[in-house]
Design a protein around this ligand. Sequence first.
Ligand SMILES: C[S@@+](CC[C@H](N)C(=O)[O-])C[C@H]1O[C@@H](n2cnc3c(N)ncnc32)[C@H](O)[C@@H]1O
Length: 284
Amino acid sequence: MAQTWTVLKILQWTADYFDDKGIESPRRDAELLLGASLGLDRVGLYLHFDRPLEESELSAYRALIVRRAKREPLQYILGETEFWSLPFSVSPAVLIPRPDTEVLVEEALRLTGGQRILDVGTGSGAIAVALAHELVDAQVTALDISPEALAVAESNARRNGVDDRITFLQGDLAHLPEGPFDLIVSNPPYIPIADVEGLMPEVRDFEPRQALVGGLDGLNPYRALATQAGFCLTPGGWLLVEVGIDQVSDVQQLFADAGLKDVFCRDDYGGMPRVVGARSKVAD
Ligand SMILES: C[S@@+](CC[C@H](N)C(=O)[O-])C[C@H]1O[C@@H](n2cnc3c(N)ncnc32)[C@H](O)[C@@H]1O
């Protein structure tokens, strides 16, 4: 006799299966994928633990489990994530926004009520949309080299009701728009090329290489930003960037060498140096 799969039973089975596959949060991922298949949130699942699944529901769910077991990120499977408590659509054209990047948004809000903001390497639009959402008078320019990423960013700006204040621009960070801008923010690709193979499969095999790799030492985008910032910022305007592990002193040095002032670093909530900031010289 074929066995009956209830919500609880299939969750337990999937959590064990994902655990064997080395997935970091097996039970949570199982719940989110099953919830997506059944149109239930996690509380809804808990209220229906004894509900039997129909064959069509099982086969739809099975397809999602197979994808996750191959280490495809949960957010790409769901097509959704959250950043700054706002909803964002994500596709494999964009980096999945990370909670650590919210520290960059916090610093931007602390340092400026910025009128004209440039977000370099906007990806899903996470930073640009969050800032436009918080700063209702801001005009944001969101730059990315990838037209596919820009399409995702535009849809996220519409989704969050800030598309009228963000201009999307395809271009290379080696040639920043002139501005001037009161604030330049960037979470650029910063992983040294040799480190890519050691990344988690979710990142290494699924996230766009262009969003990850910052050249041989990971510092190329910071060099380009440092040398141009003085020309694109208003006097006293801030440049804020997210940095990777062990990059903080190199990036601080690059900013100081480029003549930027008041160089500082801010840690994330895990105690890792995460944001480097500096500002352009105030006119004498
Ligand atoms: C690390 S992702 C950051 C995405 C988003 N800002 C975030 O914080 O989630 C870096 C982004 O920079 C873009 N990028 C890579 N090289 C670039 C270049 N030379 N010029 C402009 N954008 C670039 C990538 O397409 C990607 O969207």
